[in-house]
Each structure stands twice: as structure tokens, then as C-alpha cells.
Design a protein around this ligand. Sequence first.
Ligand code: PAF
Length: 270
Amino acid sequence: MKEFSAAAKAEGKKIALVPTMGALHDGHISLIDRARSLADVVVVSVFVNPTQFGPNEDYDKYPRQLEADAQKCREHSADVVFAPSPSDIYAPDASTFVSEEQISQNLCGLSRPKHFRGVTTVVTILFNIVKPDFGVFGEKDAQQVSIIERMVRDLFMDVQIVRAPIVREESGLALSSRNKYMTPAERDGATRIRKSLLAGKALVDDGCTNIDRIKALVINTVTDAKTRVVYVEVVDAKTSLPVSELKIGQCRISMAVWYGQTRLIDNIII
Ligand code: PAF
């Protein structure tokens, strides 16, 4: 991969990287298409990164389907699928990590303490190997993108981070590789996540700026017998840091819920 990138750069080509953990769906495809529009060479990394999973999380059961993923990448004219194994990425005694220490303390960071450290570490490693001019990330993981933007700024990394919008099923459910864990009935029930975000946005559109009221409405709307709310927060749309005052068009409602056995995240700009 390093040799390929060096040769492409020597020819003056621009490289866009789409980092993924595989099990590609239309959300990932939209990132690949975006990358295609930006650069001469599109690299899709497929790597289920062990360092971003907690001890009791779904690392082992995370869907792995490299052949199907490679086929989708071919269909969307990606040039390279970079699919290293954990031992290609991490030496057995690897002891160096990259951690962002402000944004990652909130939202998902509260219930997944080392998750973002794993993300920033692997994204740095991928950037060092692939040397992309652009890194394309989806806004479903808005906090993740904010953290990566902060890391790139703070560490003077030579890569431009590009955000791409959330892709949804017709039902409104945000596409996620973890949707595979749900039964059809659960997927149906999980559409209340999107409905609750839209209810929050409608309240703001009606003139409400009271953050507690907005959060309460979202929580009430999402809650049913199968839901366990992890958090609902109103955050700055760019940094993902919690805000105390609502600024119209510059904030986002971000939420994580367990729906049955599946942890889902979603967000909306308000
Ligand atoms: O968003 C993901 O799929 C992962 O967190 C990423 C960015 C590929 C790092 O493993």
C-alpha cells in the first residue's frame, strides 16, 4: 500500500481514502462516490479495528464480508481495497496511541471510554500508510468526524477531512453495519430514533430554544419497551461539544440508544 501510494504521488495524483470497517452499505458507497469526485485515486480501507472496541463489545461478531465489499468497491470504481489484518497494523508490543482529549470525553466517549483513542490511533496509522490528500467520513458518526478534524488540525496532518451526509433507509433509519443485528421488527421499531430527532427539530422550528425541553421531547418520543437511551445531547454542529445556548442552524441533536441488543447512533442539524 505504501509503495502504491508513493508511486501515485510521484505521478502527481491525488489520493482519497475512505476508511471503513467493512460490511459496506449505501452509506459507505456514498463516501466512495464522494471520494471518486475528489481525487484521481480512491482507496477504501476495510479493517475491523480491535483497539476501538471495549472488552464486552461486538468485535468478534462484527460482520466481515470482504469479497462482497470488494465487489461493491469495484462497481463504484474504487482503485484499491486495502484490507490489512490486525497483525499488519499493530506490532505485538505496540504501545503508542493517539488520543484527542476534549471532544472525546463527551457523548459516546462517556460509555465507550477507549473507543475514540482506538479510532484516532488507527486513522493516524491509515493516514501514515495511505498518505491521502482527502479522508472522507460520514456524518452519522458526527462526533468521530469532529474528533478527527481536531486531531488533523492539532497535529498538522497533511490531509483534508471531507464530511458526507447521512444516508437513510426509506423508513428513516440511518444506514449502519450494525443494523444487520436487528430483526425486521426491531428495525421497524428503531425508526423511532429518526422520528424523535424530527420531533426535536420541529420543536425548534416552532421557536423553542430551551435545550432541556428539546431533549425531553426526543427522549419521550424515542422511548418504548425496547429502547434504552444512552444519551441525547444538543451539541455544536462542527465540534460536537455540548452547548448551553441554542444557535439556530449551528447545533445538532446527537443521540445513542440501545434498541434491543443493538447500539445505534443518529443525529440531526437543528
Ligand atoms: O467509522 C468507522 O467505520 C471506523 O470508526 C473507522 C473510521 C473506519 C476507524 O476504524
